[in-house]
Design a protein around this ligand. Structure first.
Ligand SMILES: [Zn+2]
Ligand SMILES: [Zn+2]
Length: 234
């Protein structure tokens, strides 16, 4: 397992925690949910028209960046821009070890796919390097992917791809350096032949990490690979 405890134990832990500390909205502190419907209505969703490859807002076709340097992914999509209140929730989820928030966040991924279906039949989370996962205690992408797979009734394949090299944090790098930094950082260790894969991550900026995973999966025979992130930078 890549998280601490089995899914059943994690669910039990969540139920107990909710009893002791009833949920309050992370953003507005209203009791009832971790991310209340009022705050959810303020999420800045990314809706079509978008670049058909990278998913950035665009009036028609493929953007200049994708024409110059096409992604290996069949397409990259994000639910919303990385702005408050969504940014606050993702930060708590990720950096303050709040895996229970993953359920509210996966709900956004689910709603996005209902509105914008993608041709996929397997869900794969972007892996963390084992050293980073030990430090954080969980892989945020796995939590999102697991919740999404259960909502969509699709198989979750969390061990078909590994991060075999510890990379520098992408945040410190410019665009070409981000693609260079993650090149060859992933290794496929399962059979993905002929599969149509949906890669799930929490936040993307250039899409370099998702793209490096996509390339590795395609080189191992995946038939198509789409990337889906909760949020992306502008
Ligand atoms: Zn709220
Ligand atoms: Zn594009």
């Amino acid at each position: 397992m890549s998280t601490r405890g089995t899914p059943a134990l994690l669910t039990l832990r969540r139920v107990l925690l909710d009893l002791v500390f009833p949920p309050r909205c992370i953003s507005c502190h209203h009791p009832g949910e971790w991310f209340c419907s009022e705050c959810r209505s303020h999420v800045h969703h990314i809706a079509p028209p978008i670049c058909r490859r990278c998913g950035q807002p665009l009036s028609d076709g493929t953007c200049a960046q994708c024409r110059r340097m096409p992604l290996h992914l069949d397409g990259l999509r994000a639910v919303a821009f990385f702005e408050d209140p969504l940014r606050q929730i993702i930060h708590r989820f990720k950096y303050e070890s709040r895996p229970e928030l993953g359920r509210s966040l996966a709900c956004l991924l689910d709603e996005y796919l209902i509105e914008n279906p993608l041709p996929v039949d397997v869900i794969v989370p972007v892996p963390l390097h084992p050293q980073r996962e030990r430090a954080r205690g969980f892989n945020q992408s796995l939590i999102l992917a697991r919740e999404l797979a259960s909502r969509k009734n699709l198989p979750l394949w969390y061990n078909v791809i590994e991060r075999c090299r510890l990379t520098q944090p992408q945040v410190d790098l410019n665009l070409p350096a981000r693609f260079e930094n993650v090149r060859g950082a992933f290794q496929v260790v399962g059979d993905v032949q002929e599969r149509r894969i949906l890669l799930v991550d929490d936040v993307c900026t250039t899409g370099a990490t998702l793209d490096a995973c996509g390339l590795a999966l395609k080189e191992s025979g995946a038939c198509s690979v789409w990337g889906l992130a909760l949020a992306r930078g502008r």
